[in-house]
Design a protein around this ligand. Structure first.
Ligand code: S3P
Length: 439
């Protein structure tokens, strides 16, 4: 089987109802919380992607039993102190920074050394952003000079609570410190720039001693030692980050409509919707409801002819951080020059996404000006591609692959896109759903 795909035709019109896969952030968090619960937790619609399976492998390594029965995952939690730490164990977070960074918070009390490794892409990413604050709790790290993986952590029983200011808008850093605070006597205080709040919502639902005060620009989070976590049954909603590919595909296709069912529309995740609406995309929410503190809705999108450029407000950056690549495709077709600022974080993701986006847009014939933390995109409502475009050497970044597929289906041209298997990181059914759109 070739590991690339060839796309030579634009997508025809479609009118479909689809389901995209379960939310990655919530799936990983459910696995971690359930592993610490006292008793049996069950999840439906857990995302079956490599990132989540890596989380399951890690908790299994610590002696936690996980069973899959049909489409239900069952985790036999052994309580907060139920991890069986062995000498010199090695855990592998594969491609997932969320898993790698969050699990370190939980390992803060490990009496044994644990080595954390990852795949090639994760091994390039920064771990000092969690290792430094976790050191203040009392954990000891062996880190490489550039603070990437592999690293070794050794925890302590004498944990001290910390005060931590999270300035990046990183939910991974915030969550890692919440986990460490949950294991620590005394009050850990976090001042966090706004970012996705799934960890906090789970703490609230589980009635853990975690207090959150929402301020305009940041949240204050007080974490006290947790003594017990009750089992947590969860029906995982669909992932807005996966839905975003189909939102953009529909918006930029002709005479088409899509309904994406039961998507998580947590306000800290829907920057993509706010941005696209401002640009003129027709998006509506239907059947809104609240589940375990998370907002869920069906997302309805219509082909949208008149698209405006945007000067993207920076307060939306964190809530759209994984969706900028597809948002840039809308900017490529909008009238005028779009400007996205203060997004240097994009270059610290699975690949240097901001730099690669600029390169791919240029290959598509879209003028853009790139700096180290911004991009200006010169939109062209009449953009049609009639050349050959080869996408490879992109660190097997799943979102670069899927964005390229969407670009090929919208703008035409002959595209050869490598590393098809990268979709297994977050959205294994992506290509199957695309195939079914025109049938
Ligand atoms: C995630 C947080 C974000 C996001 C990632 C998932 C999470 O990363 O990009 O895909 O589940 O907490 P940062 O916390 O580094 O912004």
């Amino acid at each position: 089987m070739p590991n690339h795909i060839l796309i030579e035709n634009k997508i025809g019109k479609f009118n479909k109802k689809i389901f995209v896969s379960g939310d990655k952030s919530i799936s990983i968090r459910w696995v971690l919380f359930a592993s610490l619960a006292s008793g049996i937790s069950k999840a439906k619609n857990l995302l079956m992607s490599e990132d989540v399976l890596a989380a399951i492998d890690i908790i299994k390594k610590f002696g936690i039993k996980v069973i899959k029965k049909k489409n239900i995952f069952i985790i036999h939690g052994k309580g907060l102190n139920g991890y069986n730490y062995k000498n010199n164990s090695v855990i592998n977070a594969k491609n997932s920074a969320t898993l790698g960074r969050l699990i370190l918070g939980l390992l803060i009390n490990s009496p044994k050394k644990i080595k954390l490794i990852g795949d090639q892409s994760l091994s390039k990413r920064d771990f000092k952003r969690v290792a430094f604050p976790l050191t203040k709790f009392g954990a000891k790290f062996q880190l490489k000079k550039n603070f990437s993986l592999p690293l070794t952590i050794c925890g302590t029983k004498n944990l001290k609570p910390i005060k931590y200011y999270e300035k990046r808008g990183s939910a991974q850093c915030k969550s890692s410190i919440i986990f460490a605070g949950m294991r620590t006597k005394g009050k850990t205080i976090i001042k966090a720039k706004k970012s996705r709040n799934h960890t906090e919502l789970l703490c609230k639902f589980l009635k853990l001693p975690v207090k959150i005060t929402n301020k305009k620009k940041y949240d204050l989070i007080e974490v006290n030692k947790v003594n017990k976590i009750n089992p947590l049954n969860y029906q995982i909603p669909s992932d807005i980050s996966s839905a975003a590919f189909f939102i953009v595909l529909t918006a930029l296709s002709e005479n088409s409509k899509i309904v994406i069912k039961k998507v998580n529309i947590n306000p800290s995740r829907i920057g993509v919707i706010t941005i696209l609406k401002k640009m003129g995309v027709k998006i509506f929410f239907r059947n809104k409801n609240i589940y375990r503190g998370e907002e869920i809705a069906d997302i309805c999108v219509l082909s949208s002819k008149k698209l405006n450029s945007i000067k993207c407000p920076i307060h939306l950056n964190s809530s759209a951080i994984d969706e900028f690549l597809v948002i840039f495709l809308v900017a490529a077709k909008a009238k005028g020059i779009s400007y996205f600022r203060d997004i240097a974080e994009l270059n610290t993701k699975e690949s240097p996404r901001l730099k690669l986006a600029s390169k791919i847009l240029k290959m598509m014939g879209v003028k853009n000006i790139l700096t180290k933390d911004s991009i200006k995109i010169f939109g062209n409502p009449k953009l049609i591609i009639d050349r050959k475009i080869v996408i490879k050497n992109f660190y097997k970044d799943h979102r670069i692959f899927m964005t390229s597929v969407i670009a090929a289906l919208i703008f035409g041209g002959k595209w050869i896109i490598h590393n098809k298997e990268s979709i297994n990181t977050s959205f294994p059914s992506f290509l199957k759903i695309i195939k079914n759109l025109n049938t």
